[in-house]
Ligand binder design. Structure first.
Ligand code: COA
Ligand code: HC5
Length: 637
């Protein structure tokens, strides 16, 4: 019923890029400020391998089995035989990739950023940029909002000091050190719209890195210097004074919400952008936003909802702002990092995904939250500070028309997005661990069960796997709809099956998931390799091999379940939109005793419902635990 127009399908089917221009993003950090410690760590990391061709082809067939028809599979096998034959196109492309791997820091990352982000043309809002909700903070008025925002800014600047000094502790996954490059990409950077392809600029690496942030209040932007002349960061008290001045000089939301332009389709925004920056004042204002270290959005109210919907509303506020009548215009969605502080204690962030994955952003936010919990310092006498600078925009009738169009588009999208946040209170990582199972694999298998119960079929499922064990690594795909998961979900509600058999199938499904995870994080999954082979064909200007054009490939990339685990120390809820019109976005944060889930879908799709899937996941988790508890270990097969 749906055309294939999803993000990840687009990734797979995207027009070849041809010559790939060097991209700021995935270049190693090399400014004069960044020196020894970081670089020597980075140098010690292994390079991303190119998996063996035959291995990927075999694993691809295995991955297709639960999600395509028998005749489709037979056809794909034939295509793969041809692709792999000695002296064939597969071997040629494989050799090309291996050459690329020898000549680049990471054969994949630059392509990935281009294809997954910069060439992707749907609005970044909902379709690409994730939201993050903090636990509700204890304030409920303007003064509280300003005070908290001031502390938050001070906390980010504290974290920035660690970035500037290269003292961020190296992270580990499975005992292996991770690439830390993404930490150097998230501050002082911004996406720039283009008519066909976007770009990202990072000003942290310039010889005179920015000293200001941008603050947006009542749709009006301000440039706020956050360092004193001696180079020390402004204190929370100083920031409070400055934010107060900003709020007092923007009491009414009576200006054009120019930020709403950043919610447009990227081609449309690319065109509008050219017009917008023809005017010198506008160009300077836009440049101040782009160069700023980050943006703080001091939000107005959100629509009233019943208490049990507060968390879902908060997720919506972070993901898209609620539409043009609420806070969607109080943003610059191209900005890599936007912190959002509501008037009622609702706080969080939205981030533009091209420069980094969730975990570095979450690490920064965990640090900030801890910082804001420190007791207030005793205020000291303050030297007068320069007035924050208002950023002006001259809005021509044409730009006014574009703003109205953007408002309409944003409101349609806001209406369309269905978001349900649930806190699964019954257990967290503790229960799967007690049963000697990987918690992440347990949750993924529960998701498979939930989906199967709703639709009586399995669907192509995406889970993000980190490739940060490798230099400049980003992500690969864990395909959760495995044969073992399919066997388990089909047996679970079958009254003819014994519990012992069901437990055995559950254990096999959980183990299969963990095994796929392990191969994915060690660079041996299939999806980025297949993408690389396809990109290599484009690079060598040879016709795209048939394996990348058949229905199996399209089905494999039509992710009705797009999922990601993003753990945090703080009790946060992370969220993102579905990547296909008839799919779900599921982001979860497993804590020890509970799990936070944010499930999204589109209202225009009659077959999907975020609350129904969230409820089905709760039931699946509970039923899986019950099965384990009711089946004594000795009786297990
Ligand atoms: N028995 C008991 N405990 C087990 C276990 C078992 N069989 N298997 C795992 N555990 C424990 C682990 O030791 C770990 O312990 P900890 O809580 O003390 O750290 C915990 O359970 C969690 O492990 P697990 O659930 O298996 O998952 P993981 O933490 O290894 O995460 C991924 C799996 C796929 C999420 C991770 O590898 C990854 O790639 N993360 C990045 C994802 C990402 O980038 N997301 C955002 C994209 S923008
Ligand atoms: C603050 C949480 C952000 C999570 C974002 C995330 O998981 O993005 C995925 C990135 C990737 O390359 O797998 C993409 N996804 C949202 C489509 C799963």
């Amino acid at each position: 019923m749906w055309g294939i127009c999803s993000r990840m399908v687009k990734v797979g089917m995207a027009k070849p890029c041809g010559v790939v221009k060097p991209c700021y993003l995935v270049k190693p950090v090399s400014s004069s400020r960044i020196t020894g410690r970081y670089l020597s760590h980075q140098k010690g990391l292994p390079s991303l391998p190119v998996p063996p061709l035959q291995q990927t082809c075999e694993r691809y067939i295995t991955a297709l089995e639960p999600i395509v028809e028998v005749d489709e599979l037979t056809h794909t096998k034939e295509l793969l035989d041809d692709f792999q034959k000695p002296g064939g196109v597969g071997e040629r492309l494989q050799r090309g990739l291996e050459r690329r791997a020898c000549n680049t820091e990471n054969w994949l990352s630059e392509w990935w950023v281009q294809v997954a982000y910069l060439d992707y043309r749907l609005p970044v809002v909902v379709h690409s940029s994730p939201g993050l909700v903090l636990p509700c903070m204890h304030f409920s008025d303007k003064q509280g909002q300003i005070r908290f925002a001031a502390k938050l800014i001070a906390g980010v600047l504290d974290f920035k000091t660690m970035i500037d000094n290269e003292t961020i502790p190296v992270e580990y996954l499975g005992g292996k050190p991770l690439c830390m490059n993404q930490y150097y990409e998230v501050l002082s950077s911004c996406r720039i719209p283009g008519v066909k392809r976007d770009a990202v600029v990072n000003h942290a690496k310039s010889s005179r890195p920015p000293q200001h942030i941008t603050v947006v209040h009542n749709f009006q932007f301000f440039m706020l210097d956050v360092y004193n002349s001696d180079g020390t960061p402004l204190t929370a008290d100083q920031l409070c004074v400055q934010l107060d001045r900003i709020c007092s000089s923007s009491l009414q939301a009576n200006t054009e919400p120019v930020g709403i332009l950043t919610t447009q389709h990227r081609d449309a925004w690319g065109k509008t952008y050219i017009n917008l920056i023809k005017d010198r004042t506008n160009k300077e204002s836009v440049s101040a936003i782009q160069r700023s270290i980050f943006t703080v959005c001091l939000d107005g109210p959100m629509p009233q909802v019943p208490t049990n919907a507060h968390r879902s509303r908060a997720a919506v506020q972070m993901l898209h702002g609620g539409g043009s009548l609420w806070n969607s215009g109080n943003r610059w969605f191209d900005k890599t990092l936007q912190f959002i502080v509501g008037e009622d204690g609702t706080c969080g962030a939205n981030y533009e995904h091209a420069p980094a994955e969730g975990p570095p952003i979450v690490a920064l936010i965990d640090h900030v939250v801890e910082y804001t919990r420190k007791p207030d310092t005793v205020p000291t006498a303050m030297a007068p500070l320069p007035m924050p600078k208002k950023l002006h925009f001259n809005i021509t009738p044409e730009l006014k028309k574009d703003i109205e169009e953007a408002k309409k588009g944003m409101n349609v999208l806001a209406e369309d997005l269905d978001m349900r946040v649930i806190v699964f209170e019954h257990f967290g990582k503790n229960v799967p661990k007690a049963h000697k199972m990987s918690p992440d694999a347990f949750i993924q298998v529960a998701l498979q069960l939930a989906y199967y119960r709703m639709y009586q079929q399995c669907c192509a499922t995406y889970e993000s796997a980190s490739l940060r064990m490798f230099r400049l690594g980003r992500t690969d795909t864990i395909r959760s709809a495995s044969g073992a998961a399919a066997a388990f979900v089909k047996a679970f509600d079958d009254p003819n099956k014994q519990n012992t058999e069901k437990v055995d199938l559950m254990e096999k499904a959980v183990k299969a998931h963990k095994a796929y995870t392990n191969l994915a994080i060690s660079g041996q999954a299939i999806d980025r390799h297949l993408l690389g082979l396809k990109m290599q064909a484009a690079e060598e200007k040879i016709s795209i091999p048939k394996v990348f054009k058949d229905t199996s490939f399209a089905k494999a990339l039509h992710y009705r379940l797009s999922t990601s685990q993003v753990p945090s120390k703080t009790d946060c809820v992370m969220c993102f939109g579905p990547v296909v019109p008839d799919g779900y976005g599921v982001c979860y944060n497993p804590m020890n005793q509970h799990i936070n889930f944010a499930v999204s879908s589109f209202n225009t799709c009659k077959e999907t419902n975020a609350a129904d899937l969230a409820h089905a996941v709760e039931n699946a988790l509970l039923d899986m635990r019950t099965l384990l508890e009711q089946t004594p270990p000795r009786a297990k097969l």
